[in-house]
Write a protein that binds this ligand. Structure first.
Ligand SMILES: [Mg+2]
Length: 320
C-alpha cells in the first residue's frame, strides 16, 4: 500500500467533520475558517519510539494518546480544540498497525470534536508528530505568565497515576488487581481537561498541563511569571490506587516527578477563589488547592503540612 492509498483509506475521514473546515485532507494545504474575534492557538507534540513508547505498544492506545496529549496543551490554554495535523514516520507500512492507530486517532479526535485536516507520511524510524489547533475568544487564552504573589495553586484530578502505570507495565511496581485497570487506563488513555480549561478562562491567572511532573512543570509558571511557590505536598491529590499500592515516599515521588498525568495546574487570585467551586462543579473533575504563589522569583518551597519536605527530584528531561 502506497502513501496516497494509506492516507485515503485511513486518514481522510478522521475525527469530526467540522463545518468550519473549508478544505481538509487531500490538497496542498488545509483552509480553516477561524471565527471572528477568536485567537488561534497552535501546539505540537512528538512521540518517538524508544523514548515515549515501545514498538509493541497497542497502536490504538498510541493514536488516542497522541491526540490527547496535544489536546491537553490546548486545554491548558483555555482553547476549544478544532483541527489536527499529523506527521507520521513509519519504518514499514503494517496495515493492521496503521488501521488500529487510525481508529484510536479517529475516536479520540471525534470525542474532542476536532478534525484531522492534513499531514505528511514518510519512511524512517517510527515517530508520531501532531500539530493541534484550537480557538479561544480574543485575548482570553490562559498562559504560564500571569501568576501573582498570593494566588492559590490548584491541580485537577489526581497525580502520579500515569507514572505508576508505566512502572506497572515495566514490571517495576506491583499494583493490586482491583486497581490495575484504572492505573493502566490513566497511562495508556489519558484524558485532556478540555471543558475545565475553558471554564478557567475568566478565573485562572495562569495555567499549564502536567506532562513532565508537578515538580518540574510548576517551574515553568514560576519562570514565566517571575514568582515563587510554596506547595504543601500533603495536599497533593492521590488516587486510592496509589494510596493502596505505594508507601508515602513512593507516592510523593510519583506525584511530584512522574510525568504524563495531563492534569491541569493553575493559579487563582484570592478574589476569584470563592466562585471556583460553583463554576467548576458541573465538570465532574475534582480540583485541589496545593499551595500559594510567593514573592521569591524561581523558588519552589515544598512542605509536608507545617514541616519542610526535603526532596530529590528524579524527573526526566530531554537532553538533560
Ligand atoms: Mg503542555
Amino acid at each position: 500500500m502506497g502513501e496516497f492509498e494509506l492516507i485515503a483509506q485511513y486518514f481522510s475521514k478522521c475525527g469530526t467533520a467540522r463545518s468550519d473546515t473549508a478544505v481538509g485532507v487531500g490538497d496542498d494545504g488545509a483552509v480553516l475558517q477561524v471565527r471572528d474575534n477568536y485567537d488561534l492557538v497552535v501546539t505540537t507534540d512528538t512521540m518517538v519510539v524508544g523514548t515515549h513508547f515501545f514498538p509493541d505498544d497497542d497502536p490504538r492506545a498510541l493514536g488516542h494518546k497522541l491526540v490527547a496529549v496535544n489536546v491537553s496543551d490546548l486545554a491548558a490554554m483555555g482553547a476549544e480544540p478544532t483541527w489536527l495535523s499529523l506527521a507520521l514516520t513509519l519504518p514499514v507500512v503494517d496495515e493492521a498497525w496503521v488501521s488500529a492507530f487510525a481508529a484510536g486517532l479517529h475516536e479520540t479526535a471525534e470525542y474532542y470534536n476536532c478534525q484531522l485536516i492534513g499531514g505528511d507520511t514518510t519512511r524512517g524510524p517510527m515517530s508520531l508528530t501532531m500539530i493541534a489547533k484550537g480557538i479561544v475568544p480574543r485575548g482570553k487564552a490562559l498562559t504560564r505568565s500571569g501568576a501573582k504573589v498570593g494566588d492559590y495553586i490548584y491541580v485537577t484530578g489526581t497525580l502520579g497515576d500515569a507514572a505508576l502505570g508505566l512502572q506497572l507495565c515495566q514490571g517495576r511496581h506491583d499494583v493490586s488487581k482491583k486497581h490495575q485497570t484504572h492505573i493502566l487506563q490513566r497511562f495508556h488513555y489519558p484524558s485532556a481537561r478540555v471543558a475545565l480549561g475553558q471554564a478557567l478562562r475568566n478565573i485562572a491567572s495562569s495555567a499549564m498541563d502536567l506532562s513532565d511532573g508537578l515538580y518540574s512543570d510548576i517551574q515553568h509558571i514560576l519562570a514565566r511569571s517571575g514568582v515563587g511557590a510554596s506547595v504543601d505536598v500533603a495536599r497533593i491529590p492521590l488516587s486510592q490506587a496509589i494510596k493502596d499500592s505505594c508507601d508515602t515516599a513512593t507516592a510523593m515521588q510519583l506525584a511530584l516527578s512522574g510525568g504524563e498525568d495531563y492534569e491541569l495546574l493553575f493559579t487563582v487570585p484570592e478574589a476569584k477563589r470563592g466562585s471556583l467551586d460553583v463554576l467548576l462543579s458541573p465538570y465532574g473533575v475534582a480540583v485541589s488547592c496545593i499551595g500559594r504563589i510567593t514573592g521569591v522569583a524561581g523558588k519552589l518551597e515544598l512542605k509536608y503540612g507545617e514541616q519542610a519536605f526535603p526532596y530529590q527530584h528524579t524527573g526526566f528531561t530531554h537532553f538533560g
